[in-house]
Design a protein around this ligand. Structure first.
Ligand code: ASP
Length: 477
């Protein structure tokens, strides 16, 4: 008997952890290890993620137009939109609250190792003061604002030399709210659709597809040929996705092994309390999501987990909700019987704006850093109620603004950090474990979107239409 794909995926995932763990122990960085990593990157990143990315832009366009045009009326479309939005707002809020409760209770930044970190940083700051005094001839304590801006530049240079991600993270730091709103939301949304497709700009494609779908509905029978075209293209894209899944086990093996070799177990150990807090929070949030799935979506969580496991594994390994999107749509429509018109509409939107794992992570990360460094000369903040409220609000916004690609959460974390005056040069402290935690947050993001589709589908009368939806799609080979 041929082993089933979802079983193979998990076997290869485990193999990736074992092989990655063994390779991480190899000492001296021999040349062959570099070659092995190149092969892993080629198969996992270049070929597999490359193929998934190739499908994303046409998939979003085709699935949203096909989804919207199979909704019977404008009124129904509005209702689905409002329910989807209500679900996203509620679950993202729950995610941030869970993250805050966990980080404030577990206090990962106040454990034994934090004392050493604080002492080290205090000594470092004294050294910087001496440097400043030598460079400027002024006493640093009498010129605190000048010292702090000198320090920001000095630390920024040091950190960017050490972490290539730092530049990316801080590039957008100095923009105002209005400018960020225009540049990150309005302009991408109103981009010419061909450019949006070419640049894989999800917001632009989503907005254009929604308008196109609604216009087709408004035109009525005369738009039928166009609607049929999109609906048939939708089936074809699902078939492409299915073909692509054939190499997913090997690709997942490569992706996971490469992350483990690069990050190494020691990095995890040094930030174990922090990683443990994020993972525990994510575990609790997944439990809440599964409860929502059972109680509101009326779907047995075990059935749900069995149906979604391929998408979960791909999200974990690729660290991109967008790259996982084709598989998520396939799992929901073909395995869990969610009506295509609901899944096709809600999942692309969810992958772009609904990120529970990211929202939870943003709050935990910033509070963790404040727990360690709050009260230092250059961190003028401690954890008072007001600061927590600001973190709560900005974490939600940062999750909506994060692109559905690897490391995106780290980039938008600048918004949260600057809102509470935590200097961004403290962020590189957690860069080391970011790829590792990105696996957990991305798979949670995808799970949140999937349960959203189950819940909305149930209110659309999904219970009776399970078989109709499943049979509307081509069966697995
Ligand atoms: N990688 C995440 C995603 O694609 C976003 C993030 O970095 O938090 O959903």
């Amino acid at each position: 008997m041929r082993p089933r794909l979802h079983n193979l995926i998990f076997v290869f995932m485990a193999l990736g952890v074992v092989v990655g763990g063994l390779l991480a122990r190899v000492e001296g960085n021999p040349a062959w290890l570099g070659t092995v990593l190149d092969v892993f990157d080629f198969i996992g990143r270049e070929v597999f993620i490359g193929l998934l990315k190739m499908i994303i832009a046409p998939l979003i366009l085709v699935s949203i137009v096909a989804g919207v045009t199979s909704i019977p009326s404008f009124e129904d479309a509005g209702r689905i939109g409002v329910r989807t939005l209500a679900y996203y707002v509620t679950t993202t809020t729950i995610a941030v609250v869970i993250g805050l409760v966990f980080v404030l209770t577990i206090q990962p930044g106040n454990q034994s190792h934090a004392e050493n970190l604080r002492a080290k940083r205090t000594a470092e700051l004294e050294e910087r003061r001496t440097e400043f005094e030598q460079a400027t001839g002024k006493p640093s304590r009498d010129n605190e604002p000048e010292f702090l801006s000198w320090l920001a530049a000095r630390e920024g240079e040091t950190q960017s030399a050490a972490h290539e991600k730092y530049e990316r993270v801080t590039a957008k730091r100095d923009r105002g709210t209005y400018q960020s709103f225009i540049e990150d939301i309005v302009r991408p949304m109103l981009m010419n659709p061909f450019e949006a497709l070419a640049r894989r700009n999800s917001l632009g494609i989503i907005f254009w597809s929604l308008l196109l779908g609604l216009a087709c509905m408004a035109v009525g029978p005369k738009a039928r040929p166009l609607i049929d075209l999109f609906q048939s293209a939708n089936g074809v894209i699902m078939k492409l996705t299915m073909w692509l899944m054939a190499i997913s086990p090997v690709a997942i093996f490569c992706l996971i092994a490469a992350v483990i070799v690069r990050q190494g177990p020691e990095v995890f150990a040094s930030l174990a309390w922090y990683c443990g807090t994020v993972i525990a929070g994510i575990g609790a949030h997944v439990a809440v999501l599964l409860a929502i799935c059972a109680v509101i979506g009326r779907m047995n969580p075990i059935t749900f987990l069995r149906g979604i496991r391929e998408a979960w594994a791909i999200a974990f390994a690729t660290r991109s909700s967008a790259a996982t999107l084709p598989v998520t749509v396939r799992c929901l429509t073909q395995k869990l019987g969610v009506r295509p018109r609901v899944a096709n509409f809600t999942l692309p939107v969810g992958a772009t704006v609904n990120m529970d794992g990211t929202a939870l992570y943003e709050g935990v990360a910033v509070i963790f850093l404040i727990q360690i460094y709050g009260g230092m000369d250059d961190v003028g903040i401690t954890l008072a109620g007001g600061a927590i409220l600001v973190i709560f609000i900005t974490a939600v916004l940062a999750s909506v603004g994060a692109a559905a690609v690897p490391d995106a959460g780290l980039v938008t974390m600048v918004l949260v950090a600057t809102a509470v005056h935590l200097p961004v040069y403290y962020l590189p402290f957690i860069f080391g474990v970011d790829a590792f935690l990105d696996m957990f947050r991305t798979s949670t993001n995808v799970m949140g979107d999937a349960i959203g589709a189950v819940v909305v589908d149930r209110f659309e009368g999904g219970d009776e239409t399970v078989s109709e939806a499943a049979s509307a799609e081509s069966p697995e080979p």
